[in-house]
Design a protein. Sequence first.
Length: 187
Amino acid sequence: MLLLAYCAGLRRGELARLDIGDVNSGDGTITVRQTKFSKTRILPLPDSVMTELRAYIAARRRVGASQDPHSALFWHVQRRSRYTPKMITWLLTDVVRRAGLKPLQGQFGPRVHDLRHSMVVNRILEWYRLGINPQDRLPFLATYLGHRDINSTLVYITVTQDLLHLANERFRAVGAPCLNLEREVRS
């Protein structure tokens, strides 16, 4: 759950609605249905995430969980049913607390939904590092996250020191030469 919440930027309700049949090991994708805006999207995932999903599905099989393609991917052993979004929040918050990233009680510290924010920031950082203009890729990122347009995605961009530094370096390399007034005066 944690890997998909972060690596695919999934909402807790999207995690709760995933079925086994939504995982396509052959092409390394998951299908996300019944999203916030009634869209279905097919998301490519890194090989490392697909490896973990395969291991999880094998573990489910060993404990007797249904292998029907329409059964819940995240299956509650004792209740023999699908986890609810509320239960997913509780489980992932517990993981974050055990990792020492959030106090044992209270609402301080990162929220489960913050994983989407981290995914967005880290994707943009990676684009900068690869020399890709993030502005060109925002529509793709919006689609990946299930947003209607990039305006919804922009809310997820938290300005970090790394992001600020890389954006500044990109401006210095690409934008600053356009401001060379000395060259314009001579023309």
